[in-house]
Design a protein around this ligand. Structure first.
Ligand code: FES
Length: 113
């Protein structure tokens, strides 16, 4: 995918604490933005099992855990680790513009990556 169509700046890289999800809303879509393992990921903030905010959970090994029942979702693919969630969550493309902590993080929710 190329171009910046649909990409919206949500924060800077410096705003993102390592492994601490940040919740943003883009066009009414709640998104969890996570910086981990040298990359920034954006996934739908709502667990696919029930209406729970994933950004309130913990991030380990490039996965975000749902605090309610313990399913965790791969930040790269959205796939759940196991029950009770069975469906993946949407993963959204991220662009970084600039360098260092002041670099802008842009996310597009109009296309899943
Ligand atoms: S609400 Fe997330 S695993 Fe049940």
């Amino acid at each position: 995918m190329t171009g910046t169509e649909g990409f919206v700046p949500v924060c800077t890289v410096g705003d993102l604490e390592e492994d601490v999800p940040r919740r943003v809303e883009l066009g009414g879509v709640p998104v969890a933005v996570v910086r981990t393992e040298g990359s920034v990921f954006a996934v739908d903030d709502t667990c696919s099992h029930a209406n729970v905010s994933l950004s309130e959970g913990e991030v380990t090994d490039c996965r975000i855990e749902c605090w309610l029942h313990g399913s965790s979702f791969d930040l790269r693919t959205g796939e759940p680790s196991g029950l009770p969630a069975t469906r993946p969550i949407p993963v959204y493309p991220v662009k970084i513009e600039g360098d260092g902590p002041g670099a802008a993080v842009l996310v597009s929710v109009t296309q899943e990556s």
